[in-house]
Ligand binder design. Sequence first.
Ligand code: UDP
Ligand code: MG
Length: 344
Amino acid sequence: MSEWMISVVIPVFNEEAIIRHTYARLKTVMHPWIHELIFVDDGSNDHSGEYLATLSAQDPAVKVVILSRNFGHQLAVSAGLRYASGDAVVLIDADLQDPPEVITRFVAMWEQGYDVVYGVRAQREGESWGKRVTAHLFYRFLRQLSDVPIPADVGDFRLMSRRVVDVLNSMPEAHRFIRGMASWAGFRQIGIAYVREPRTAGTSKYPWHKMWRFSLDAVTSFSVEPLRWVRRGALAVSAVAFLASLWLIRQKLMFPHSLVLGWTSVMVTLLWLGALQLGALGIFGEYLARVVEQGRQRPLYVVAETRNLGEEDSGTTAFSGVHNERERGEHHGQAVDFHRHTLL
Ligand code: UDP
Ligand code: MG
């Protein structure tokens, strides 16, 4: 099986303290396969860049993509995915929180025919209580909202087959939530439990404000549900307005002199205006949801294989499970085009 070419994409942002260890451990794990290690330097301003230059000079399997500034983890990974040429692509953080040894298990599952093998964090070592709780709640909340089932407690640590990577590369959306996009791609997916370790060196590059942005990207990329809450709110307010109006008018009729003059009309107007405004926003929300969905410009669907439909049949395109490097090389560009133009 060792004729497979496997790419590993590693986003790097100021990881000078650990990057050489990461390289060494990845090398030990990857030696059974032809491999490339694509380090994406996401605008580091420490010595990471120099270390990567040295590594790439020593080892031709080390490839480096240097971004012009810090674009953030998800975009760094997206850049790496573009350059990866393997039959399977592994995503792993540079900080060794996700043990590279798990990759061997990923590859084993891929060889059994799975297209996405993702790591499920059975335990999170060395992460603050706050981060664990918010992450726990966030994944469950997202699962409730999302149009596609996004597994809980799963990060970007995963292996993806060539055809899944091609699908991801054909998704032009600006706000990229990679693990969700991989779920969206479909095919056969499976999780493998592992223990997430504490960072061995350096500090987290994900402060709270980035986590918040990341969560917003996740929700807005995979759900228009929050826009619909307005419509539900409008219905609730209309019901209240209706019942309250009846009561207010009854009070006015029964006790015409004991109420402040004008109170009933002000209250009824206020309630109905509120309901009307929310209702209007709800309608806006429905249209906006459609604009948002259209704006992502995702392919509408992904074809896994076809039968009796000529040359696109099973085994001949990057969308139907080609593992052969040479053949895939020829079809790669076309396959993405085919996907964008024919399926959009
Ligand atoms: N990273 C990046 N750009 C950023 C922030 C982080 O490329 O703007 C990289 C970082 O070097 C690491 C990975 O993304 O390899 C995950 O970041 P980190 O470990 O800081 O996140 P955490 O594990 O704390 O969520
Ligand atoms: Mg980390």
